[in-house]
Design a binder for this molecule. Sequence first.
Ligand code: S3P
Length: 169
Amino acid sequence: MRIVLIGFMGSGKSVFGKRLAKHLNLKFIDLDNHIEQKYKMTIPSIFSTFDETVFRNLETKELNEILKQDNLILACGGGTPCFNKNMKSINSQSISVYLQLNEKALFNRLIKSKTKRPLIQDLKHDELLNKISELLNERERFYNQSKLTVNGINLNVEEVTDFIKINTD
Ligand code: S3P
């Protein structure tokens, strides 16, 4: 089984992915952490030393490598499905699950955790809200290609496991 979690920054992919992996006894990989460890650079420093395109190409390369492994839960970055035909690769090789949250819920989470996220780290509150709105508008067409969508509020490991099993048998 290979499950790929997709969703906007702050939607809970990493936290929930870890819990889901433990429950299902699968390996857990967080794509951003994997990149940071492999290249010995933080995501913000990859963006500032190089640029977003360099990051996106690394992200695609590592995604495709990880998708060769089985028995795992992978938490993508918020932008992963939206570049380099990644959503196609994800869907052809895994059960993709979109953790969906609305703009307001995302805003409430992201105001507390901007600093490690280069796309939003310098934004003031009103700019952050606009940015979330703008990016979500662009990205939802990719997120909506996921095989399954779950409500990202109060995610429950048992419920999501049942939902995945019922919908993939
Ligand atoms: C990004 C989301 C981040 C990280 C990078 C770019 C994005 O991951 O990959 O900062 O484009 O939405 P999280 O979704 O884990 O914050």
